[in-house]
Design a binder for this molecule. Structure first.
Ligand SMILES: [Ca+2]
Length: 307
């Protein structure tokens, strides 16, 4: 069974939640095993909501980590889509917010326990803050190895929503949000990376199915919360993060093209350069399939475990 680690930045945006729903259902249904879910940003409300989404969809036994390592993206605008939904969910179930445990310790433990099998897919839908902390970590009580050694020995591929492979002028958010981390992790990566540039998921507007879901479904609440902040009555969003989650679970389904064997480099402005001759890959959008993909994502985000 595929093993997946999911690192996201749900909070200032909501499509990470859609990606989480895809992964939660796949884990619940035995298609993949989600070994850990980590949260790149220091503002915790997004991870409170991600825990709620997994719980609501019936995905059990997944450990969650929080960014206790730095204060990057801790500001109030980093919980724009998640503070209200988190407060409403935990008030309704009558529990305090979940305990915040360290991303770094969780990742070092999960990678150590994997025993060097090099078979984990790391799905990333936010800035590279978590991975940068992991790569910089030294030996500790969990392992005598560095974080970079643990990653190289256990992570087969990184699948990430980042960059742009149509225009060098596009300054993509997940890179420019924390360029220091992005450059350290992405440029010259010894681990193969599959990129889904923002041209792939940006053209797919999904979430329409959430309007018909129960009002206490935390994913629905997050989508409405973000749209309300923008003063719309919709519950939709671009699907940047859903693409990588779906691809990680289902692989090549013909919904996108794929180019392999590239060297990819990003700069501190958030721009992407790529050329043949490396170990990395990128997805290519097929705009004739936009409606088909949108329907799939809407089905993936809907609640399907309530009688
Ligand atoms: Ca994201």
């Amino acid at each position: 069974m595929k093993k997946i680690i999911f690192d996201h930045d749900l909070g200032s945006d909501c499509d990470d939640g859609g990606a989480g729903a895809i992964l939660a259902k796949a884990h619940r249904d035995g298609l993949v095993r989600v070994l850990a879910v980590t949260h790149a940003i220091a503002n915790p409300y997004g991870q409170y909501c991600m825990e709620a989404i997994f719980e609501y969809l019936g995905a059990e036994g997944v450990p969650f980590g929080y960014n206790l390592e730095n204060d990057k993206c801790g500001e109030d605008d980093c919980h724009m889509s998640t503070k209200g939904p988190a407060e409403r969910y935990y008030a309704r179930v009558g529990r305090p917010f979940p305990e915040r445990k360290s991303n770094l310790k969780l990742l070092r433990r999960v990678l150590t326990e994997n025993g060097g099998k090099n078979d984990i897919l790391l799905v990333v839908t936010g800035p590279l803050i978590t991975l940068h902390e992991l790569y910089r970590s030294g030996p500790d009580e969990i392992s005598p190895k560095t974080g970079l050694e643990l990653a190289k020995e256990n992570i087969e591929r990184i699948i990430i929503a980042a960059g742009n492979f149509q225009s060098f002028d596009i300054r993509e958010w997940n890179i420019r949000c924390d360029a220091e981390s992005a450059l350290a992790v992405l440029n010259h990566s010894p681990i193969p990376i599959l990129y889904s540039g923002n041209e792939v998921g940006g053209c797919i507007i999904s979430g329409q199915s959430l309007a018909d879901q129960p009002e206490d479904y935390p994913l629905r609440d997050c989508y409405y919360e973000l749209n309300n902040a923008y003063q719309t009555n919709e519950c939709t969003r671009n699907s940047w993060d859903l693409v990588v989650a779906y691809y990680a679970v289902y692989g090549d389904t013909g919904l996108w093209g794929r180019q392999d064997g590239y060297e990819v480099e990003v700069d501190e402005q958030g721009r992407t350069r790529f050329a043949p001759g490396g170990i990395h890959s990128y997805l290519v959008p097929d705009y004739s399939k936009t409606d088909e993909i949108c329907a799939i994502f809407n089905e993936q985000m809907a609640v399907d475990n309530r009688k």
